[in-house]
Design a protein around this ligand. Sequence first.
Ligand SMILES: *[C@@H]1O[C@H](CO)[C@@H](O)[C@H](O)[C@H]1NC(C)=O
Ligand SMILES: *[C@@H]1O[C@H](CO)[C@@H](O)[C@H](O)[C@H]1NC(C)=O
Ligand SMILES: *[C@@H]1O[C@H](CO)[C@@H](O)[C@H](O)[C@H]1NC(C)=O
Length: 528
Amino acid sequence: MDPSFRVVFYVLFLTMFYSVTDAGFFSAVARLGKLVQEEREIVAAVKQHVQNGGKVSADMKRYVDSFDDNNTVPEPDYIAHHPVRAYFLIKRLSKITLSETKKLTGKEVQLPTVEDLHMTALALIVLQDVYGLDMRSLVQGQLVMVSQSTNGAEPQITEICGKDPTFTLDPSDTYYIGEVACKENKFYQAVLWFNLTLEMMREKEKSLLKIGDEQTDRPGPRMRDVLLKLADTVQKIKWDRDVFMAVSQLGATKANAEGLSHLSNLLENAVSSLRKPIRTEIPHINYENLCRLGVLKNQAPHPTLTCRYVRPTPYFYLSPAKMELLHERSPLVALYHDVITDKEVNKMRDIAFRRMGRSPVVADDGGEMFSRSRVSETGWIFDTEHPMIAKLSRRVGYITGLDVNLPYGEAFQVLNYGLGGFYEPHVDYFRDEQPVLLTNGQRIATFLFYLSDVEAGGATVFTRLNLTVPAVKNSAVLFHDLKKSLAFEQDSEHAGCPVLMGSKWIANKWIHTHGNEFRWPCGLTPEE
Ligand SMILES: *[C@@H]1O[C@H](CO)[C@@H](O)[C@H](O)[C@H]1NC(C)=O
Ligand SMILES: *[C@@H]1O[C@H](CO)[C@@H](O)[C@H](O)[C@H]1NC(C)=O
Ligand SMILES: *[C@@H]1O[C@H](CO)[C@@H](O)[C@H](O)[C@H]1NC(C)=O
């Protein structure tokens, strides 16, 4: 075996092996779709059991009663593709125990874990933040994107999905989401969620005077707890002496309506003076704007600017590829329409789904790790597994004019993104400090097939080129990771925007320098 080939194989094998352990319902929307179906079986089994005079626990009874079992049951995707509906799915299923569910259904079932609920809450935090979702609407399942303009004009408001009459987040949900934001060190977002919790509680109570004498048997958080939590979080962002004093005084006394009311007023001022922290590093400065633009492009398909038919190799004389040149040189970015059929898409998704595990990122030492910066699941597919897959690899070779056979090209990496799933700005070439894969040559180009449409969000954005490519099923994007001189193409930096609604599937093929020396001619200057 060629030693470089062995390295690739070893790394791929490790990826497959390790990743399986860290997968959850949150990390692939496709898993959630299956969970929706499983839930129906669980509910039917429990109801049958009760009808036959069997007994169930109080938690199980509450769960089944809360399940809306009308004949007009929506498609699984209706729930799995929507972040708030998915949150409710995971929340209600995390309230029942695995042992009782197994006993009642007589089946091996997998239920969401505490981590699933945590990560689903994190998805809501990220989506709200990146897309500027209006929080009062979000509580009702309505997705409304609010883009503040920089020049003082009215904000642009885009409704992506209407209200859902079947549920609303209540203060215990928004409080929980705030706590998750705190644990993730997203203090500004935590302030927003706690502030929203207070607002919702006040509306319920109608009067601030009542806060001292709340009934203690009501479920959900206490006003006092939320105020203290908000105060604590505000202090983490910007220390405020008055808030500090008010909190200390409250600590000395027990429930004290006057003290709480005073703290509440102080916090109102403190919160209104906070501003969203802006990340000014190059990758992030454009990221959110480009992602929001992706949502708008989803809604109104853009007119093609430079769409033309190309015949890269004789293979395409009969059926030319529809290529749209998005960035002409350094780096080349090209979009190909209709380059993969529905049948091929289904085959790839099927093979990958059976072996998917959480996607790792390459760590600075060349090893692999799981990161909050990449929420998706991965399955690798080799050409030898199915003639259709080999044919797809050949197609990538014909289009790019490069040798994509192992080890010059990697196996297909098929991904399904998770709830709110995204991949932060990154480059595909291995940086100098990541030595492991270098024996096999650098990644020279990336060919990315879109294996699904995405209802909203999930665009691929090039953060330095100021370019947004919406995910459109059956299309593909090609870009170069290195310059002709083989220097790093830093402008190839790109990101996968958070999936706002839908299930995003893609397949990557990375092509390496080795084996392509003669197909990748040198330029005249290092800048080329
Ligand atoms: C389900 O059916 C019940 C009674 O038949 C009705 O009250 C409820 O609104 C229905 N829910 C939905 C979501 O249609
Ligand atoms: C905090 O909540 C108040 C209502 O209680 C609202 O008017 C204000 O806009 C909220 N502040 C932020 C930053 O969301
Ligand atoms: C990116 O493109 C948008 C829309 O074409 C434009 O308004 C904006 O100024 C550009 N930003 C940069 C940094 O080039």
